[in-house]
Unconditional design. Sequence first.
Length: 97
Amino acid sequence: MEFVKGEKGMAVNEGSREAIKAEKKQNKEKEQSEKKSKRIRIRLIPIWLRVIIVLALIFISAAIGAMVGYGVLGNGNVFDVFKPSTWTYIIDLVQKK
């Protein structure tokens, strides 16, 4: 058994010195993992608002697509897309009434 001068001039067993170093390393890693797990992320845009934004963007893009399809490609008035009579006419064409 070999004794080595440790911190503060005390005689420490070499095997226990390695055990102390290993314990300090484990404690340090434990503290770092606790810091990582305690970190709370604050979102700039809440999830419920993201859902509303995505739904609004889907609605807007569908409306713009219908306007382009009916007005530009179909040679109609762009704003006629929003009239109910236009949609009843399209539905009648599809169902062949």
